[in-house]
Design a protein around this ligand. Structure first.
Ligand code: TRP
Length: 337
């Protein structure tokens, strides 16, 4: 049986937070150990250029995110772990796909539409103010990421589903014109993955500025957990765990027996201060070993680089021959290797 290819990209801007960890990173790392699938995970550094024009931050961010995944135990023997920019065939494919993509399709992309809506609400004369071609056509780059490796399944968050739909549309268009070259990919939403609330009780998200970074040093982690908003019920008053940010985070880390015990403590009126310290101890113990590996990896960037080069080699073993096939298909001569 041919293994299913599972592919996902991580935009390299900013440090991952607890919400990213339980919602995306943890399930992806678990899946990397599954010998029944062939995982492709990559650092989407060309995507980072859309939002970030500070070279040092782009570089540092790639390094930190690679270190995060390696420290958390990504199985690089099974998974192909690479940096998008190390696979130049993706850029070539982006242009081929751009030439079969309807502009009207991109007009509907919500990332673009959100900026236009903001401009219009802000009374701007130019609805496209601040919109680069990078932002506008980024779903095409994302389609190239996916189609380059003929991914069957693409695990993503809800906000990315539209882009997978677009990738399907673009793949179908290319296949229709040039013959069946691409697998039509499917989005996968992990139903079991937890969504965490952040410091202010809204969904934990960089855009709300309410996150707890995954590898925050111990003292800072404690401080942040103490800042999580609770209601004003006094110690001894029974409390409802469901809908409580502290409990939601605890549940994403602890086992069923521990969760049941804490549920009981809520009914008995646990004090918020005590719950915060239980939560801190639990998360800190859980994360400490990976945090140490993470710090060690950042001290040895050559080791990270080596792993990424290894991944790029495996990725290009697929992308180079496939690009030759695609060049022939569109009528451009093969490149001399
Ligand atoms: N755009 C995705 C995000 O912001 C990251 C990404 C880039 C991606 N290329 C991809 C995800 C390809 C899945 C497949 O989350």
């Amino acid at each position: 049986m041919n293994k299913a290819t599972v592919l996902t990209g991580i935009t390299t801007t900013g440090a991952p937070h607890l919400g990213n960890y339980v919602g995306a990173i943890r399930p992806a790392i678990l899946a990397s150990k599954d010998a029944q699938v062939s995982p492709f995970y990559f650092l989407a550094d060309y995507h980072a250029l859309i939002k970030c024009q500070e070279p040092e931050r782009v570089r540092q961010s790639s390094l930190e995110i690679a270190a995060t995944w390696l420290a958390l135990g990504l199985d690089t023997a099974n998974a192909v772990f690479y940096r998008q920019s190390d696979v130049p065939e993706i850029m070539e494919l982006t242009w081929m796909l751009t030439c079969v993509t309807a502009k009207g399709l991109m007009n509907r992309a919500h990332a673009y539409k959100a900026v236009v809506a903001e401009n219009e609400q802000g009374g701007e004369n130019d609805p496209d103010k601040g919109v680069t071609m990078g932002l506008f056509s980024y779903p095409v780059l994302m389609a190239a990421d996916i189609l380059m490796f003929n991914a069957h399944k693409v695990p993503v968050g809800k906000d990315q589903i539209q882009h997978i739909e677009m990738a399907r549309d673009i793949a179908g268009r290319f296949n229709h014109i040039y013959g069946e070259h691409f697998v039509i990919p499917e989005a996968v939403l992990d139903e079991n993955a937890a969504t965490l609330a952040g410091l202010d009780g809204r969904k934990m998200s960089k855009s709300y500025n309410n996150t707890i970074p995954l590898f925050e040093p111990e003292k800072k982690l404690k401080k942040l957990i103490n800042k999580i908003k609770t209601n004003s019920l006094e110690p001894g008053e029974p409390k409802d765990p469901d809908g409580c940010t502290l409990f939601g985070i605890y549940r994403a880390f602890a086992g069923p027996a521990e969760v049941a015990e804490i549920r009981q403590r809520y009914a008995e009126g646990i004090a918020w201060g005590e719950m915060k310290s239980i939560l801190f101890e639990y998360i800190n113990d859980h994360i400490a070993p990976a945090r140490e590996r993470y710090q060690a990896l950042l001290q040895a960037p050559d080791h990270i680089e080596e792993q990424l080069q290894e991944g790029a080699k495996k990725a290009r073993a697929v992308s180079i021959p496939f690009m030759q096939q695609l060049r022939a298909a569109v009528g451009i001569s093969k490149i001399a290797l």
